[in-house]
Design a protein around this ligand. Structure first.
Ligand SMILES: NC(=O)c1ccc[n+]([C@@H]2O[C@H](COP(=O)([O-])OP(=O)(O)OC[C@H]3O[C@@H](n4cnc5c(N)ncnc54)[C@H](O)[C@@H]3O)[C@@H](O)[C@H]2O)c1
Length: 339
C-alpha cells in the first residue's frame, strides 16, 4: 500500500481528494496549516489510513517524507486576491515553499512529485493556450506558480518523477467550501439574490469539476514515468472553455430559476482558453462532469443547508480576518507566525 503526502490537504481540493485516496486504500499524510479547520478529518470520519500533520511547507521536519512514495503538493495561498493581499508571502509559500517540498522529497527517496499549478499562468492569450504557449502570468499568485514550475520540473530524473498540473478554475462542493471561485460564486449569487454579477463579460476561462480534479490526480498517480516525467499538463476539457458571460447563462439555464444577469466592468485582465489535447492524447484523460452538474450540485446543497457562505468560504476575507483578529488565530500560529 503506497503512502501519499498531500500538502494543503485540508483545503477545497484536498478535502475532496483525500477521501478518494483513502477509498482507494492509500495511506495518506495530510500536511496543512489548517487555516480553514480540520474538523472534517476527525477520527470519526477517518479512523484509519490518515495522519494529520499541522505544519508549514516552509519549515516542516523532512523526516515525515521518509516513508512517503508520492507527494501531491497543493499547499498555497490559493488565489489572485490572496496573492495581492500578501505578495511576498505568496512567493515564500507558493514558490519557495513548494520548491522546498520538491527538493526534500527527492532527497528523501520519494518516487513521484506532483505540483498543483494553475492555468491562470496563461494570463492573457489570443489563441487557445497549449502547454508550449508562452505564459503571461499577471498576478503574484500566477507568477509564483510559474516560478515553482521552473524550479521543480528540472528535478525530474530516473528515480524521481515530477509533473505539473495546470488546473482550470475549479467548481463544486467541498467540505472546505469556497465561494470565491467563479462558478461557485455565481451559483451563490443566483441562490441569494436572483442576480448574477458578471465581471468582465468577454473574459475567457476554462473550468473543471472537483471530482474530475480527483480523477486527474488518480490518472497521474497511475501513469508510467515515460508519459509524465518532467511534463506539464493542462487539466480540464475543451467544452468548458467559456466566457464569463456564457458561464452566467449556462448557470441560469442549469438551475432554471428566474435570474437577472448584470454585466460589470472589471480590472481583471486575465483572459485565456486552454487546450486539453495533450492530457487526452497521452493519458486518455477526459472529464466526466459539466458546469451544469456542478451548478445543480451547489444549488441543491445551498437549498438544503448542506453548505453556507460563511466568511471562511471567501478565502481572502478569511485571511484578512485572521490577520486582524490574532485571538481567533491563536491555534493557527506556528513559529509565532500566522502567514
Ligand atoms: N481552486 C481552484 O480553482 C484552483 C485552480 C487551479 C489551481 N489550484 C491550486 O490547487 C491547490 C489547492 O487549491 P484549493 O482551492 O484547495 O485552495 P485552499 O485555499 O482551499 O487550500 C490550500 C490549503 O493550503 C493550506 N496552506 C496554506 N499555506 C500553507 C503553508 N504555508 N503550509 C502548509 N499548508 C498551507 C491552507 O490551510 C489550505 O488548507 C492550490 O495550489 C491552488 O493554487 C486551485
Amino acid at each position: 500500500m503506497n503512502t501519499i503526502l498531500v500538502t494543503g490537504g485540508a483545503g477545497y481540493v484536498g478535502s475532496v481528494l483525500i477521501p478518494s485516496l483513502i477509498d482507494k486504500d492509500y495511506n495518506v499524510k495530510c500536511l496543512d496549516r489548517f487555516f480553514f479547520g480540520k474538523d472534517f478529518f476527525s477520527k470519526n470520519n477517518f479512523p484509519n489510513n490518515l495522519e494529520l500533520i499541522q505544519d508549514d511547507i516552509r519549515w516542516f521536519d523532512p523526516k515525515i517524507l521518509d516513508d512517503v512514495d508520492v507527494v501531491l503538493d497543493l499547499a498555497a495561498l490559493s488565489n489572485d486576491p490572496v496573492g495581492d493581499l500578501a505578495p511576498e508571502k505568496t512567493f515564500e509559500i507558493n514558490h519557495k515553499g513548494r520548491t522546498r517540498v520538491a527538493k526534500l522529497s527527492k532527497e528523501h527517496g520519494v518516487k513521484q512529485y506532483v505540483l498543483a499549478s494553475s492555468a491562470s499562468i496563461y494570463g492573457q492569450q489570443k489563441d487557445i493556450a497549449t502547454e508550449n504557449s508562452t505564459v503571461h502570468p499577471l498576478t503574484s499568485y500566477s507568477k509564483a506558480n510559474n516560478k515553482a514550475e521552473i524550479d521543480n520540473l528540472p528535478l525530474n530524473d530516473d528515480s524521481f518523477t515530477v509533473t505539473a498540473l495546470r488546473f482550470s478554475s475549479i467548481y463544486g462542493i467541498s467540505p472546505r467550501m469556497r465561494f470565491d471561485t467563479a462558478v461557485n460564486c455565481m451559483v451563490l449569487d443566483l441562490f441569494k439574490n436572483k442576480k448574477i454579477n458578471v465581471n468582465g463579460k468577454e473574459n475567457r476561462r476554462p473550468f473543471i469539476f472537483t471530482k474530475d480534479v480527483v480523477k486527474a490526480y488518480i490518472t497521474i498517480i497511475n501513469a508510467s514515468k515515460e508519459k509524465i516525467g518532467g511534463q506539464i499538463f493542462n487539466v480540464g476539457s475543451n467544452e468548458q472553455n467559456v466566457t464569463m458571460d456564457e458561464l452566467a447563462n449556462k448557470i441560469v439555464d442549469s438551475i432554471n430559476e428566474p435570474c437577472e444577469i448584470s454585466i460589470n466592468d472589471t480590472n481583471d485582465h486575465r483572459s485565456y482558453f486552454a487546450s486539453f489535447k495533450k492530457i487526452e492524447d497521452i493519458l486518455g484523460f477526459t472529464t466526466d462532469y459539466s458546469i451544469k452538474d456542478g451548478a445543480v450540485e451547489i444549488y441543491n446543497a445551498l437549498k438544503t443547508n448542506q453548505v453556507s457562505d460563511d466568511i471562511k468560504t471567501k478565502t481572502v476575507e478569511w485571511y484578512k480576518y485572521l490577520l486582524k483578529n490574532p485571538e481567533s488565530a491563536k491555534d493557527l500560529m506556528i513559529n509565532n507566525t500566522l502567514l
